[in-house]
Design a protein around this ligand. Structure first.
Ligand code: DGP
Length: 113
């Protein structure tokens, strides 16, 4: 499959990996929008959030829990952080493999553009 994030998960293309287990991998975004900008992805390919069956809700929970843990590991929990998963065109999704953005380390604006 010609998916850049599958290739990162398979170590076929390099990334700055921050965390990995059997189901997930987290790595630094190539175009960081904050001092800490990680992407947490499942190793299994799901194109968008719409494609994740409810039977895999625990995987979504694990992605969120990993983001929380990584924020804490980087000393960002108390000051705070943002988690975002874009979906399809109106959501601004540009890579068709689900990924949770973890942004931290500066005051983030709201609402997003
Ligand atoms: P989104 O717009 O939500 O689909 O975010 C995709 C993010 O992926 C974007 O912030 C840039 C990042 N990205 C795109 N290609 C690569 C890559 O090859 N390596 C890494 N580390 N990040 C990438």
């Amino acid at each position: 499959m010609d998916c850049i994030f599958c290739k990162i998960a398979a170590k076929e293309i390099p990334a700055r990996v921050a965390f990995e287990n059997e189901r997930l991998i987290a790595f630094h975004d190539l175009f960081p929008q904050a001092p800490l900008h990680l992407l947490i992805i499942p190793k299994a390919h799901y194109s968008t959030l719409n494609d994740v069956p409810s039977s895999e809700a625990s995987l979504l929970g694990e992605i969120m829990d990993t983001a929380r843990q990584l924020a804490a590991d980087h000393g960002m929990a108390a000051d705070g952080y943002r988690v975002v998963m874009n979906c399809n065109k109106h959501g601004g999704q540009s890579v068709d493999h689900i990924h949770l953005h973890l942004l931290a380390g500066r005051q983030l604006g709201w609402p997003p553009g």
